[in-house]
Design a binder for this molecule. Structure first.
Ligand SMILES: Nc1ncnc2c1ncn2[C@@H]1O[C@H](COP(=O)(O)OP(=O)(O)OP(=O)(O)O)[C@@H](O)[C@H]1O
Ligand SMILES: Cc1cn([C@H]2C[C@H](O)[C@@H](COP(=O)(O)O)O2)c(=O)[nH]c1=O
Length: 197
């Protein structure tokens, strides 16, 4: 089963993802962008480059996803493992659709989803850590072009579209609460997800 953690920068995904290692020692913990491949290195260069072309950046993230799928996610799922990914395809649909909002693409989110449809493996469930853009930018330190409140407001609106389209896949967690309360809520959501499956 594939469970993903999604949310704005600073929503607390990585904090939760790290804490879950203790509760689910047999799960495969992974993330996007990947941290152990040259595709992930290329993505990190694009994130750090304020002048990186948004369409080129989309394809770098998508290449990293293809490698992540074939090298980590599909083999783990084939072995029957629980896979917990800190960010996954929804990050592309939310972030790159925001980056490409003023591009020549008429419907950026649909375009990006279309690229993925042919090859991706959609998540079974997605836990969405919901925070407002101002909290997200403040927590993340606003250190790069993605961690800006105005941009994150567009990203959040895109996540809302995704949730509206597939309400049964998403579990929304109020991530403005303390780290302990957020972790309790995520663990409860995961227990329920695993009990249902
Ligand atoms: N519930 C919380 N309340 C307050 N601060 C938090 C909470 N969760 C995480 N933080 C803090 O916010 C910062 C960002 O947390 P974290 O790295 O887990 O977020 P993230 O969603 O993974 O961000 P990014 O997507 O940018 O990597 C860290 O300093 C962390 O300690
Ligand atoms: C997977 C993915 C990520 N991003 C953005 C979101 C963050 O600002 C950075 C790096 O992610 P991290 O969780 O802070 O390490 O990249 C994106 O724009 N598109 C994606 O597909």
């Amino acid at each position: 089963m594939l469970v993903t953690l999604e949310g704005l920068d600073g929503s607390g995904k990585t904090t939760v993802w790290e804490a879950l290692h203790d509760a689910y020692p047999d799960a495969v913990f992974t993330r996007e962008p990947t941290s152990d491949s040259w595709y992930g290195d290329a993505v990190n260069r694009a994130i750090a480059d304020d002048d990186a072309d948004p369409l080129a950046t989309l394809f770098l993230f998508t290449a990293d996803h293809a490698d992540h799928l074939s090298r980590v996610v599909r083999p783990a799922l084939a072995d029957g493992d629980l896979v917990i990914s800190d960010r996954y395809s929804d990050s592309r649909y939310a972030y790159q659709a925001a980056s490409l909002r003023d591009s020549d693409l008429r419907r950026p989110m649909e375009y990006i989803r279309g690229i993925h449809t042919a090859f991706t493996r959609p998540p079974d469930k997605t836990i969405y850590l919901d925070v407002d853009p101002e909290t997200a930018a403040a927590r993340s330190g606003a250190t790069n072009k993605f961690e800006q409140a105005a941009y994150l407001a567009d990203v959040r609106a895109n996540y809302e579209r995704l949730i509206e389209a597939e309400p049964e896949r998403f579990v929304r967690v109020d991530a403005t609460r303390s780290p302990e309360d957020v972790l309790d809520a995520v663990e409860a959501a995961l227990e329920e997800i695993l009990a249902e499956n």
